[in-house]
Write a protein that binds this ligand. Structure first.
Ligand code: SF4
Length: 335
């Protein structure tokens, strides 16, 4: 339903042009979940903002970028060509593609009740009357597990607990009946038990509503629970892609391997976790060759720091950008 080809995003800044997303390609199938994973600064959120045309005015898409979305009525939309402030863009945002964020206050206005905001979204995208919209809003709040929804609908965001606000935000995003939901770190700010409840809820809603989802997180453990496919991002590029169970069982890219080693488990409770060493560089200081070579334990001398890896297919349905999967592997030694 969504196909992204060669997405590159540049920003004009005082220090010149920076390109935090370079040549990203992926697709999302109807009813399936794609997990987009990587550390902060890997370009995950900017990528999905481009899908909603929510980038700031100083952002530019490269001429090679193609974003194609198939709407609920089967129409093919070239998202990168939609005019700002057009009716098509309003229908896309919220109506076709919903979005939820880490911080619910980013979605809600503090000065209107939850109900007012949901009713407005439902009327805008579903074209129904006020009473019907209110009934639908109450129904949606019940669906996300908010008890006494008929009363709580009139509460303001600040009157709800963090977990409940998160549920209300999911209800708001789903109230317009989107076919694709983009969830940007929706559980990161919640404590572990609420996190598990919200993940369960999202899985359940996705199954019931037959929605597709892009789930953004820095946590591969969360991806393992929710995504069918995963794309691992590093410094604005997808470095590994495949079915989640294959990537988790047999990660091909050293960065994915590092992310997996950083997940605590009960079996390794007494072992030291080995997170990926160092920090992700700024897009203004993008290393030459493989962008990961400054942190990679397997970097190949005089290859990884010079040649940018192309996308390779180490197994059917898998894609990886790493010279370790190229043949022949000549001149290998720790950098
Ligand atoms: Fe490491 Fe080289 Fe592979 Fe990059 S291309 S991930 S530096 S081994």
């Amino acid at each position: 339903m969504l196909n992204v080809e060669n997405l590159s995003i540049s920003f004009g800044t005082d220090e010149g042009l920076i390109t935090p997303v370079q040549g990203v390609s992926f697709w999302v199938e109807a009813g399936k979940t794609l997990g987009l994973v990587g550390e902060s600064g890997s370009g995950k959120s900017i990528t999905t903002k481009a899908l909603m045309r929510l980038l700031p005015g100083n952002a530019h898409l490269s001429p090679e970028t193609r974003i194609t979305y198939r709407s609920k009525n089967g129409k093919e939309i070239e998202v990168e060509k939609i005019k700002p402030r057009s009716r098509e863009l309003r229908a896309l945002r919220g109506g076709e593609i919903g979005m939820i964020f880490q911080e619910p206050m980013a979605s809600f206005s503090p000065v209107y009740s939850i109900g007012n905001q949901m009713i407005e979204a439902i009327r805008l995208h579903r074209g129904c009357g006020k009473r019907e919209a209110r009934e639908l809003a109450v129904e949606m709040l019940q669906k996300v597990g908010i008890s006494n929804a008929a009363v709580r609908i009139d509460q303001y965001p600040h009157e709800m607990s963090g977990g409940m606000r998160q549920r209300a935000m999911i209800a708001l995003a789903l109230s317009a009946g989107p076919a694709l939901l983009i969830a940007d770190e929706p559980t990161t700010a919640l404590d572990v038990t609420i996190q598990a409840q919200v993940l369960d809820l999202m899985r359940e809603l996705q199954r019931d509503l037959g929605m597709a989802m892009i789930f953004i997180t820095h946590d591969l453990g969360v991806i393992a629970q929710i995504a069918d496919e995963v794309a691992v991002m590093y410094l604005g590029t997808i470095v590994e892609r495949g079915a989640t169970r294959d990537v988790i069982r047999d990660p091909k890219h050293p960065y994915t391997q590092g992310l997996l080693k950083a997940i605590p488990s009960l079996e390794t409770l007494h072992d030291r976790l080995s997170p990926v060493p160092g920090d992700i560089p700024s897009p203004t200081e993008r290393p030459s060759g493989c962008p990961f070579h400054t942190r990679c334990p397997d970097a190949i001398n005089n290859i990884c720091n010079v040649r940018t890896p192309v996308e390779l297919t180490p197994a059917p349905g898998r894609a990886v950008r790493c010279w370790l999967h190229d043949e022949p592997k000549s001149g290998r030694s720790a950098a």
